[in-house]
Ligand binder design. Structure first.
Ligand code: DAH
Length: 368
């Protein structure tokens, strides 16, 4: 392959080949010279285009091959391809070298200082109301209760009538309500779920439920918010099981001592609720002063916390349970008040303002 003789004896074909071969060699030489002075990737790419690109010098030779004879073409083509491969190899080498250098430079200049303090991740925290809700659920689930839910937009029937509070009953006045229509209102008490549980269970026993959630009344001051949360408990079983006041007392003692401290004492005061008979209001010893008297308990040593009683026979009857065959107890309390006592919150409305300065104070409790 290739021309072996030059000079006056070379044929026209040989002279042509010699000329081409020299030209290719020349291009190669120039390239090798030029690439030496290349110092960055950008000019390396320019160089590649200059020699190997569409309008590049080697490509021009391939284009010019139409001038050659059929015999000459594959020979010259072979040379061009060899040259191309050689140039490409040099370019690739140079490119790899640049990249390696760049990486090394990066590694040197971008050293990570592991002794620098890390950037703090901003973390939210569980809302104080949800903390209390979760604790209440844990306490009652551990005693075998189910946690059930009811609607916040309630009917007059379930919120009042089925709880022995017919229309016009004076005890309705204590719960100034948001009526949506004559028959629909934002529930004023979770007691509505008592009636729902009985109707849904159709004399199935035992009913042993708590329900927690939002309730609404038209009131708004430091200790009342138009939206607040309640927890309600209901236990019903057959007469022979004999659910008694002692069961109610024991249950509320466990509940309050787990929530507010083992030393908490309970005081049951006779009271009136339309859905229970007898009814009691339950006070707990002030956990701030332990019962001695302080500003929190208004010097009485006691804090009024729960409503409770034995389920009224009318309520049993109205919701499908024969009062001759079944008995039970019920209780209800405000979750917001529990949260306020527990965390020393002085204004209930803080719980609903979503002020991060208030909420942030609870994040450290996540690790307790
Ligand atoms: N629903 C009452 C209220 O909102 C609280 C209450 C009292 C619930 C006595 C009860 C109960 O289940 O037996 O003031």
């Amino acid at each position: 392959m290739g021309p072996k003789r030059t000079g006056p004896f070379a044929s026209a074909k040989e002279r042509n080949e010699i000329f081409m071969k020299e030209k290719i060699e020349q291009i190669k030489k120039e390239f090798v010279e030029e690439i030496k002075s290349i110092t960055d990737l950008k000019s390396l790419e320019d160089l590649r285009i200059k020699y190997l690109g569409k309008k590049g010098e080697l490509t021009a030779i391939l284009r010019g091959m139409k001038e050659l004879t059929a015999e000459e073409r594959p020979i010259v083509g072979g040379w061009v391809n060899e040259a191309k491969a050689a140039l490409e190899e040099l370019i690739n080498k140079k490119e790899a070298e640049f990249k390696r250098k760049e990486l090394n430079k990066k590694l040197e200049t971008e050293k990570v200082d592991i002794t620098l303090p890390g950037s703090k991740l901003k973390r939210g925290s569980i809302h104080p109301l949800n903390r209390v809700i979760e604790d209440i659920e844990d306490i009652f689930v551990s005693m075998g209760y189910d946690v059930v839910e009811g609607p916040e937009l309630e009917t007059d029937e379930f919120c009042f009538e089925r709880l022995n509070l017919p229309k016009g009953h004076p005890a309705r006045d204590m719960q100034d309500s948001f009526y949506i229509t004559d028959e629909h209102l934002l529930r004023t008490q979770t007691s509505a779920v008592q009636a729902r549980a009985m109707v849904a269970n159709k004399e199935k026993t035992p009913i042993r439920i708590i329900t927690l959630g939002k309730t609404y009344r038209r009131e708004d001051d430091a200790t009342h918010s138009h939206q607040f949360n309640q927890v309600e408990g209901l236990v019903i079983d057959k007469k022979e099981v004999n659910i008694s006041f002692a069961d109610l007392k024991g249950t509320l003692e466990v509940f309050m001592r787990k929530m507010l401290g083992e030393k908490t004492e309970l005081r049951f005061r006779p009271s009136y609720f339309p859905f229970t008979e007898p009814s009691y209001e339950v006070d707990v010893t002030c956990f701030k002063c332990g019962g001695k008297g302080c500003n929190l308990c208004k010097q009485t040593g006691w804090i009024e916390l729960l409503g409770s009683g034995m389920v009224h026979p009318n309520v049993l009857k109205m919701n499908g349970y024969d009062p001759e065959k079944y008995s039970g107890f019920a209780f209800g309390t405000g979750i917001d008040r529990l949260a306020m006592f527990r965390y020393g919150i002085t204004d209930m409305r803080y719980l609903y303002r979503n002020d991060v300065r208030f909420l942030n104070q609870f994040d450290r409790m996540d690790n307790e």
